[in-house]
Write a protein that binds this ligand. Structure first.
Ligand code: COI
Length: 354
């Protein structure tokens, strides 16, 4: 494995105060970068001062969107140690996304070492206040200057870091979600389960149309019948109906969230009946009508556990749990953030110390 070369920044930028922390606006002092060429493979892994990139305007990334990304977080423990949460799962997913986008695989051990070295160098940037963390954004871009539609011969793998607060302006309070009936996010066989920019670019229109009505995000239905629940803009989704916790089964168009799988493991550990299966909006609506929709919440790295207080579907408003955070969502939020920040025991060995 090639050694990571480190060039330290001569100055350090000023860090945001807790009340200035938004999601993804401020970046730390350093970044990681590694190049790929067909002759040399992935090579020259290095950490350098955070800086703009210089790219040829014909680079494939700008024209055909050949790119993937990941999202994970570093957390500060009460004794000032820094922890990562299941980073090996992100690295595996990065390579599954790479494969879907015809991007050459990255050595997962090297990628993880790049993250731990970079976070170690910028560890003073990991914020300590409740609900804050250092968001880690690894991504790959296709850099070959070429206008033909073909996989690039050159890439860069880059990692940047951003100290963050809550993803939603609502914080950990329930959000309002609009079920999307016109646009679709992904279809089976498409790129829905890959973490690639196009999925997010194509979500913007629907999101924009509901944002000024007070909805935090849209809930996507399946791309064929527009009947079955898939996921919310930046999170997977769970419903608690008559005691059973249900999340849509992975079907090729849903992103396999690390938080999603941790939630399923925790619920099983607590002996909740939990199912990964198809669930239609009709079923959710009927349950709400009969007083059986007990909770709804989203899960994601950025969003953590985000309770859903209201769903709008075909002009009908479905209030969930009186618009309040439910018991399961609260228990999951407390346990997950407790494990991530080292405030609670980690019975599954999900965290690693940097
Ligand atoms: C994450 O939760 O890390 C995500 O990737 C969501 C992001 C699009 C904000």
């Amino acid at each position: 494995m090639e050694k990571i070369k480190i060039t330290k920044s001569e100055t350090s930028k000023s860090k945001p105060t807790t009340d200035q922390l938004e999601f993804g606006r401020v970046f730390t002092d350093h970044m990681f970068i590694m190049d790929y060429s067909t002759e040399k493979g992935w090579h020259d892994p290095r950490i350098i001062p955070y800086q703009p990139l210089t790219l040829d305007p014909a680079s494939i990334i700008f024209h055909y969107g050949q790119t993937v990304f990941e999202g994970l977080k570093a957390y500060l423990t009460p004794d000032e140690k820094v922890k990562l949460f299941r980073p090996e799962k992100n690295m595996k997913r990065l390579n599954r996304s790479n494969d879907r986008l015809c991007i050459p695989a990255i050595d997962e051990t090297l990628a993880l070492e790049a993250i731990t070295t970079l976070v170690g160098l910028d560890k003073d940037w990991v914020p300590s206040a409740e609900g804050t963390s250092l968001y880690i954004r690894p991504f790959v871009i296709a850099t070959e200057p070429y206008l033909g539609v073909a996989p690039s011969q050159n890439y860069q793998f880059i990692i940047i870091l951003s100290p963050v607060g809550a993803y939603y302006k609502e914080g950990i309070n329930p959000v309002k979600i609009a079920v999307e009936n016109k646009f679709v996010r992904a279809v089976s066989g498409g790129t829905g389960e890959a973490k690639t920019a196009g999925n997010y670019a194509s979500s913007l229109k629907a999101q924009e149309l509901v944002a000024d009505k007070g909805y935090a995000q849209v809930l996507w239905l399946d791309g064929v019948e527009k009947k079955y629940v898939e996921e919310v803009g930046s999170m997977n989704v769970f419903f608690k109906i008559d005691g059973e916790v249900i999340t849509p089964a992975l079907n090729g168009s849903i992103l396999e969230g690390v938080t999603r799988s941790s939630v399923i493991d925790l619920l099983k550990h607590w002996n909740y009946p939990v199912s990964e299966r198809r669930i239609s909006m009709e079923e959710v609506f009927e349950a709400a009508k009969n007083g059986k929709l007990e909770e709804a919440f989203g899960s994601g790295t950025a969003a953590v556990i985000s309770p859903i207080g209201e769903l709008s579907w075909h002009g009908k408003n479905i209030e969930v749990n009186g618009g309040r955070t439910g018991k399961v969502a609260k228990q999951l939020y407390t346990t997950l953030t407790g494990i991530q920040t080292g405030k609670q025991a980690d019975p599954f060995n999900w965290t690693i110390n940097i």
